[in-house]
Design a protein around this ligand. Structure first.
Ligand SMILES: Nc1ncnc2c1ncn2[C@@H]1O[C@H](COP(=O)(O)OP(=O)(O)OP(=O)(O)O)[C@@H](O)[C@H]1O
Ligand SMILES: Nc1ccn([C@@H]2O[C@H](COP(=O)(O)O)[C@@H](O)[C@H]2O)c(=O)n1
Length: 426
């Protein structure tokens, strides 16, 4: 369904709405119906007594849509009067892939109930079309939904808000494929092609990808081992990869590769669709470098596809780690056309030790505390996602001992278990 058709209220009736109060609790689900429903405590708590709205930025184009959603969030945060709460919300077709549309749920408890005026002003400013659903409470306690639509017939239309059951699959997982994680170079490539007009740097990135691909196609078959080191920040990847480079006489590579370093900040500022496509393409450039270098020496890689997928999945999947799809889900599969390493090692340290290392590296106390509090849930999701990725799966390494001990542990794994140190041993 093209997003624009959702400007008609009737189109929303086949969909379910999810409102996330916070990341720790279950979301609240509701639907629109022509019939009233029994009294529901959860809905009562969500809807309360103030004025309520759902706001969606509607575009047919996926790049525009992703950017419009991010811009809408900033604009609402800046323009809403004090007393308003802005909650992440989405609408979806239960368990149907790619059906999720992200938006916001707005509780207006401001002194003058002026959120509607602020939203109308944003609507008038354009250029993106906003769909605004308004909820009102009847005297009998029922909640009704209507649209702030241009056509009078649409404005007259009203539906009851009714509770909906939680779907089997968490809605935030529905759009991951080709919006957050890309399983073929072509799919990530297309996203950046679609961005060329609005982000001129995309062209330069695509040229670098194509240059490396030509070289990749001419490179020799891989002969030496390719060892990827993964892990959350400050788990010791840089320290270990440098020591491994010396110990194995290896070539050290990174993903994203050095040639993309100057573009990173630019793409980090973009919404997930664009940002993740950039990192996905970085892996293909690194893959071409791996293919070239592994013909004459072992290769050690600091982050690769596990990082790209694990961070993307953990960011896309809202709420708790239980919402991540189970092992075996297609979202954890390795891209069909991306060079596979010989071994992937995931460095793991306790949250306390990681924080100690971050602090040692120069974080101040306040930032340290906020890292621990706010990101705890996110880090657990990244860690879980790392461990669920398959073909190749990663081997978890306890990285809490001293750097020398971690190095010896890893060398042991490489030499004994995989017998990979020299080309003769393969
Ligand atoms: N085994 C270890 N024991 C104690 N401290 C360590 C160990 N390994 C690394 N460190 C220290 O922890 C900090 C983070 O290490 P490092 O930079 O290697 O991590 P990283 O995973 O590469 O981080 P990032 O992903 O953020 O670049 C550094 O100050 C480093 O000296
Ligand atoms: N292969 C990669 C590497 C990194 N990312 C993204 O970058 C962030 C971590 O990078 P550091 O420089 O802090 O190590 C992380 O948020 C990932 O989103 C990636 O996607 N793929």
């Amino acid at each position: 369904m093209a997003n624009r058709s959702l400007s008609r209220l009737a189109q929303w009736c086949s969909r379910v709405f999810m409102v996330e109060i916070n990341q720790k609790t279950e979301p609240i689900y509701f639907a629109l119906s022509s019939k009233p429903s029994a009294h529901n405590i959860e809905l009562e708590a969500l809807f309360g007594s103030g004025k309520l709205f759902s706001v969606y930025a509607l575009c047919d184009d996926r790049v525009q849509s992703a950017r419009a959603h991010a811009e809408l969030k900033n604009a609402l945060a800046e323009n809403l009067p004090p007393g308003c709460a802005l909650l992440d919300s989405a609408s979806f077709l239960p368990d149907i892939k790619s059906s999720l549309i992200k938006g916001f749920f707005l509780q207006d408890n401001s002194a003058l109930s002026s959120a509607e005026r602020a939203v109308t002003q944003l609507q008038e400013k354009g250029p993106v079309r906003l769909c605004v659903l308004t909820y009102t409470r009847e005297e009998n306690g029922e909640y009704l939904c209507s649209t702030v639509a241009e056509e009078p017939a649409e404005r007259e239309r009203k539906y009851y808000v009714t509770p909906a059951p939680a779907p089997q699959r968490h809605p935030s997982t529905l759009n991951i494929i080709n919006s957050d994680v890309f399983y073929q170079m072509e799919d990530a490539y297309k996203v950046l092609q679609e961005c060329c007009d609005i982000i001129p740097e995309s062209k330069a990135v695509l040229e670098l990808v194509m240059e490396q691909q030509l070289e990749f196609n001419n490179s020799h078959d891989k002969r030496f081992p390719v060892i990827v080191i993964e892990g959350l920040d400050a788990t010791g990847k840089t320290t270990l990869t440098c020591s491994l480079q010396k110990a194995l006489g290896a070539v050290l590579l990174k993903s994203p590769p050095q040639c993309l370093a100057c573009f990173r900040q630019r793409f980090d500022a973009e919404p997930p669709l664009i940002r993740r496509a950039f990192y996905a393409l970085g892996n293909y450039i690194t893959a071409a470098q791996i293919a070239r270098e592994s013909s004459h020496a072992p290769v050690v890689v600091d982050r690769y596809w596990h990082s790209t997928a694990a961070y993307a999945i953990a960011t896309a999947v809202s709420g708790r780690e239980e919402n991540l799809p189970a092992v075996g889900s297609e979202i954890y599969e390795w891209p069909s056309d991306l060079l596979r390493p010989s071994l992937v090692l995931l460095l793991s340290v306790s949250p306390e030790e990681r924080l100690r290392r971050l602090t040692h590296r120069g974080l101040d106390k306040t930032e340290e505390e906020s890292q621990l509090e706010i990101n705890h849930l996110f880090r657990r999701k990244v860690d879980e996602a790392y461990k669920k990725i398959q073909n190749p799966a990663c081997i978890v390494v306890d990285a809490s001992p001293s750097p020398e001990q971690v190095l010896q542990q890893v060398l042991c794994l490489i030499k004994n278990k995989y017998n990979l140190q020299t080309p003769d041993h393969q």
